[in-house]
Design a protein around this ligand. Sequence first.
Ligand code: GSH
Length: 233
Amino acid sequence: MITLHTFGPMFGLPDPSPFVTKADVLLRMSGLPFQSVIGSLPPSPKGKLPYIEVNGRKLGDSTFLRLYLEREHGIDFDAHLSAADKGVAWSVEKMLEDNLYWAIVHARWVDDRNFDKGPRKFFDGVPAPLRPFVVWMVRREVARNLHGHGMGRHSRDEIVVLGNRAIDALASVLGDKPYLMGAQRCGADATVLAFIAAVLTPFFDTPMRHHAEAHENLVRYRDRLLAEFYPAP
Ligand SMILES: N[C@@H](CCC(=O)N[C@@H](CS)C(=O)NCC(=O)O)C(=O)O
């Protein structure tokens, strides 16, 4: 049995981390039995979530989870795609993970109002006297990561410009197709669903959310795929 380590549902999303949601959707797509548990960062092989545990072995990172499913379970999420379409799907996925992701992090962690109603809650379990210091330290670490990536060197408005361009690019590639690359879903749909749900969640008030809401195809896609992978009990 595969165990997926997650943060757990939050912010009106299957998980606050789009990478965890991506991993969860990939596992649901695979049809393999798996269970989800609330995890923590220290035991994770890469110090991040998600990771999976299978037969006593730990494997970190959502993309390496996908490669594991392909390699060890013979699942080919993209079997129906041409080589060119596989290239487009991979490029869209990495645009979301390596570019849009950091704009989302900025909107949630740097904007005080979003931080207070969102990520600050991660620290509710920290003893009260220590909490302000731990919050300050982790927030500073996130700001450093943003700076190291490069996104954090831009102004808030510039970050929104970049985030919105990624959203526009995604909306253009999706067009009026039911899934990212056509009538059938592919591996990148797990990532697209995770990121577009993260941007569109009404929980946070961000310029990127309002921009994405204007793309009816993205809203329809989010609603349809959430219902497909997370049907109401
Ligand atoms: N490349 C990783 C990214 C995972 C990731 O960035 N996870 C974040 C949450 S969105 C995390 O665990 N951050 C904790 C930290 O950096 O300390 C993947 O695809 O799984």
